[in-house]
Design a protein around this ligand. Structure first.
Ligand SMILES: [Mg+2]
Length: 320
């Protein structure tokens, strides 16, 4: 049985050119550029709670780091460094090698150095901590939304949730939607370029990890404002792909795991955001407006401007 140290050495030790000193000592050394602040975030993935234990390890390696990088994107930070703590039930080298391949593919894609970590025997548990840089005072916060700001979302939220419904046998997706949606679930693409471009442009931002309604709700609460969403303005990729209207709406409004960004910006910046969408080749959709009102109150209007049932947890079925 290979020792813990030989496994780390074999699969996780890589050069860390963005660090002063990478893995191998008691700690890593990094240098934050002058005038920059450090953004720090951690997000744990636990087997059978956040993913099935038989998940493809290479995809899991990608996703483990990607969901953490997404939090840096939501803060407008440039990803720089990461450490990762891993508990493994057994030292299955094939599994570890595939996991490391996915992890480093994501690290390379987003130019982040893994500068250290820890492995131990235990129930499968993956816990990266990521570090990113943002110019002083320029981080995108949840607390900056103001009455009159427009609400925007990137991409097409809900695709990952519909893919999960397919994989769990609750809905049957067919090609080409199947491949695209499963990719959204297993290989999320954190919106780093968008987050960087939103510095000085967005008034508030968050990444959609728990669902559009819930995560927008965090902005509304932290900013002490209310919001109106217009159903016919929401990106409708998932609604078009799903013949079950309730399930489609539920995926769109409460489906997590897409790692798109929801952000607010003054209406005067509308045209800049349209231009940004073109420059990044990324759909950015205006979905509603911030209003003065009870902190956290979210109202969803249908095409006839009738309110639809929606809670902070997401969409409540029409029947309820
Ligand atoms: Mg987040």
């Amino acid at each position: 049985v290979p020792s813990e140290f030989s496994l780390i050495e074999r699969y996780f030790a890589r050069p860390a050119p963005r660090a002063v000193l990478g893995a191998g000592d008691d700690g890593a050394l990094v240098r934050v550029a002058p005038g920059m602040e450090l953004v720090i975030s951690t997000d744990m993935l636990v087997a059978e709670r956040h993913f099935a234990a038989d998940t493809d390890p290479e995809a899991l390696g990608w996703k483990t780091l990607a969901v953490n990088i997404s939090d840096l994107a939501a803060m407008g930070a440039q990803p720089r460094w990461a450490v990762i703590a891993v508990a493994l039930a057994d030292a299955d080298e094939t599994w570890i090698a595939a996991f490391a391949r996915g992890l480093f593919a994501c690290a390379d894609a987003y130019e982040i150095d893994i500068v250290g970590g820890d492995t131990t025997r235990g129930p499968l548990n993956l816990c990266p901590t990521v570090f990113g840089e943002v110019p002083q005072g320029c981080a995108l916060l949840r607390s900056g939304a103001r009455s009159g700001d427009e609400i925007w979302v990137s991409g097409s939220p809900g695709c990952a949730a519909l893919a999960l419904a397919h994989m769990q046998g609750r809905y049957i997706l067919s090609e080409p939607a199947l491949t695209n949606f499963v990719t959204a679930l297993t290989r999320p693409q954190p919106r780093v370029a968008l987050g960087l471009a939103l510095r000085g442009l967005a008034s508030a931002a968050i990444d959609v990890s728990d669902g559009l309604a819930a995560d927008l709700g965090h902005i509304l609460e932290r900013s002490a404002v209310a919001a109106i969403l217009h159903l016919e303005c929401l990106p409708d990729t998932v609604l078009k792909a799903c013949s079950d209207t309730d399930l489609g709406l539920s995926c769109l409004l409460s489906g997590g795991d897409d790692y798109e960004l929801v952000f607010t910006a003054p209406a005067s910046r509308h045209e800049e955001i349209i231009q940004l969408s073109i420059r990044l080749d990324l759909p950015l959709t205006r979905i509603g407006i911030i209003q003065a009102g009870p902190a956290g109150q979210l109202t969803l209007l249908d095409a006839d401007r009738r309110p639809l049932p929606i809670t902070k947890r997401g969409f409540d079925h029409f029947a309820s």
